[in-house]
Ligand binder design. Structure first.
Ligand code: BTN
Length: 279
């Protein structure tokens, strides 16, 4: 599904983001190891809040849980933003959710694509993965020094070998959408959400998450580094903890892992990149 989507035009991007918090510093690269890595380097050398790093291609794009994130040059949206919020560590998840919600809202508004969020960091269209977020931060004690939120969104390409599990905006909307238009739309929405979280606290999005997160109310399979179990997803707390009922009124809380919807016995809808194999 390779396709030439409209090129990024950095000078125009600067104009389109003017007046927003993301006009502070834009690092646009043809090729970079990972936009998250560059944003983290910039964070450590004092770059201001709102620094935006975007690239046409990553040679070492990273996903969650040590996975690689592949995307051919010029096909998809690959970017990271640097934030310096006055929040504690348990407030970071709300920022990730703010960006995920912004992506979902922009996809609906600009492409007519009905996307949803899958805990903790994935963006799905139907049962197929459209994008993912990678959040990294540094803290002194409980206080956050900086947060880097990275988003990879399949605009015109997805891995062909994952055609049953992955999709793109092109495949969903049946038309090419400018990555730049999408990027500006996402960042404009995110700025509003970010300011709202800072002003009102991480609880502010809880209702919206409920609507946007497609696992809530469903039986899911949870896979973490240590175990695998099933349960009904009841809620997501503001700090990102997934709360499940695992039968007979037993409640379990999960802070990290992967989930997939539980289908008929013996089958799971794999969330992404081949990591789920039913044993
Ligand atoms: C996942 O689904 O596991 C998260 C994928 C995150 C990929 C994006 S692409 C831009 C940013 N830079 C990276 O190296 N990763 C994130």
């Amino acid at each position: 599904m390779g396709n030439a989507v409209p090129s990024m035009i950095p000078e125009r991007l600067v104009r389109e983001l003017s007046g927003s918090m993301f006009s502070a510093g834009i690092s646009y690269r043809q090729t970079v190891g990972s936009t998250n890595d560059l944003a983290k380097e910039l964070a450590e050398t004092g770059a201001p809040e709102g620094t935006l790093v975007l690239a046409e291609e990553q040679t070492g794009g990273r996903g969650r849980r040590g996975r690689a994130w592949h995307s051919p040059a010029g096909a998809n949206l690959l970017f990271s933003v640097l934030l310096r919020p006055a929040v504690q560590v348990d407030g970071v998840f709300a920022l990730t959710m703010g960006l995920a919600l912004s992506a979902v809202e922009a996809l609906e508004a600009l492409a007519g694509v009905g996307a949803r969020i899958k805990w903790p960091n994935d963006i799905y269209a139907g049962e197929k993965k459209l994008g993912g977020l990678l959040t990294e931060f540094s803290a002194r004690g409980k206080n956050v020094a900086w947060v880097v939120l990275g988003l990879g969104l399949n605009v015109s390409w997805y891995p062909e070998d994952l055609r049953n599990q992955a999709t793109s905006v092109l495949a969903e909307a049946n038309r090419l959408l400018s990555r730049q238009t999408l990027l500006v739309g996402i960042l404009r929405l995110f700025e509003g959400h970010y300011r709202q979280v800072l002003a009102e606290g991480p609880e502010t999005f809880q209702e919206r998450w409920k609507e946007a997160c497609f696992i809530l109310g469903h039986d899911v399979v949870v896979v973490s580094d240590k175990e695998r179990f099933t349960g009904k997803a009841l809620r997501i707390d503001p700090d990102g903890t997934l709360v499940l009922e695992t039968g007979e009124g037993l409640i379990r809380k999960v802070v990290a892992g992967e989930v997939s919807l539980r289908l008929a016995a013996g089958k799971t809808a794999a969330p992404n990149n081949k990591i789920l194999t039913k044993s």
